[in-house]
Design a protein around this ligand. Structure first.
Ligand SMILES: *[C@@H]1O[C@H](CO)[C@@H](O)[C@H](O)[C@H]1NC(C)=O
Length: 395
């Protein structure tokens, strides 16, 4: 009896180990990696027509669906969202407009409200893995980013290749090219100066926004935006897989972290590495060398079970380290933080680091999970703080 139990138990353990090894084998293929990292086929808005933004809670004509051409030729599906007070002022004209997908967005009144207002500010939104422009907490997030100045803060959000209606297959290079195309559309077609553009990003979107911020900072002449907000960023993909939990609870690969040799071997198969820790450092070094003003805000909730907030602390450290000619160790920075971070009680804590050119802020919230935080007032505050620092008359 005991023997039989033991036998069955060991058979099931063997089966489980076999399945797990099979899973790991699959994960070394780039096809499966793309699906696991980007979750782009998990749309979450399956039965909703993105061309009818009203179903997602927008007013008639408030959101214009359209597409932007990527440099590799693909069409990227995008939404331009008007802030509420601006909408109110032009309500009758907007109600009289056609709604739905715009083949030529430049003919739409809503677009002209963006292009023809020299005071317009634009949030370029880079969303996280899975879903579309309309899913999850993204819609409340669009409201939160423009809530501080609902007359001037527009939102531009898009689906990367392979997500929603944007065709193609996601890859690190592909997503970066897509985001660059969207920035180019904003500055060239909509004519918004980069100092009036803020990049907002969450989760995997933070890796895209850092890549794009670095790319433009390294151009000559450099192009630097009003600022970049990173919600729930991560160090890099290799570090992420050791800590990521599917649906916040199933540790997929973290058991492997106990076997460093095996883990390092498997890490060599990671196709898209998304080295955010290095990109943030490069971005800061470029701006410090060029004397360009820059503002970075990192926000992470302690109860984020998808990406632990420790990732933000490490990314923040790499950022601070890049501002100092001789660098700083993680522990030294911890000591500085211990003395100078502001404790906001149940709201969490804030650490701000200023250089002659830049402001780097780390906000660790007590609550907010991985994505609910995107609709919180801290997001509104972060946006306003950045736009006001660039232009004190903006209020
Ligand atoms: C920190 O900065 C120093 C000086 O620039 C550099 O040599 C070092 O590699 C950096 N540390 C990390 C972990 O990037």
């Amino acid at each position: 009896m005991v023997y039989l139990l033991f036998k069955y138990a060991s058979i099931s353990v063997a089966v489980l180990v076999g399945l797990y090894a099979g899973l790991l084998g699959l994960l070394t293929t780039s096809f499966f990696q793309a699906h696991v990292v980007y979750l782009h086929k998990i749309q979450m808005t399956w039965f909703k027509d993105l061309d009818v933004p009203e179903i997602f809670g927008f007013l008639h004509g408030q959101t214009t669906p359209f597409s932007i051409k990527s440099s590799t030729g693909g069409m990227l599906y995008a939404w331009h969202i008007l802030p509420i007070e601006l909408y109110r002022q032009h309500e009758s004209a907007l109600v009289a407009e056609p709604s739905g997908f715009a083949l030529d967005i430049t003919s739409r009144f809503a677009f002209k409200l963006l292009r023809d207002d020299p005071d317009a500010r634009l949030i370029i939104h880079m969303h996280g893995a899975g879903g579309t422009v309309g899913s999850g907490y993204r819609v409340p997030n669009y409201r939160a980013v423009s809530a501080g100045q609902p007359k001037t803060i527009h939102v531009l959000t898009f689906d990367y290749r392979g997500f929603g209606r944007s065709l193609g297959t996601p890859s690190e290079r592909g997503l970066c090219l897509d985001a660059i195309a969207v920035v180019d559309w904003a500055t060239e077609v909509a004519g918004i100066p980069s100092s009036q553009i803020l990049i907002f990003s969450q989760s995997i979107g933070t890796a895209v926004s850092l890549a794009v911020s670095e790319y433009f900072a390294l151009q000559s002449p450099p192009k630097v935006f009003a600022g970049t907000i990173l919600v729930a960023p991560f160090v890099d993909v290799a570090t992420l897989v050791t800590t990521y939990r599917v649906a916040g609870s199933i540790p997929l690969l973290s058991p492997l972290a106990r076997f460093p040799l095996l883990f390092n071997y498997l890490s060599t198969f990671i196709r898209d590495k998304w080295l955010s820790k290095d990109r943030i450092a490069q971005y800061i070094r470029a701006n410090e060398a060029n004397g360009e003003k820059y503002q970075l805000t990192l926000i992470h909730a302690e109860d984020d079970y998808d990406i632990p907030s420790h990732h933000t602390e490490v990314v923040f450290w790499h950022a601070i380290n890049a501002t100092l000619p001789r660098g700083i160790t993680y522990d030294e920075l911890e000591e500085v933080k211990y003395k100078s971070k502001r404790d906001l009680g149940a709201a969490g804590s804030v650490m701000e680091w200023r250089t002659k050119n830049g402001v780097i802020r780390e906000e660790i919230l007590k609550t907010g999970l991985h994505d609910v935080v995107m609709g919180y007032p801290v997001i509104t505050m972060a946006v306003m703080r950045i736009f006001q620092a660039v232009d004190p008359s903006f209020n």
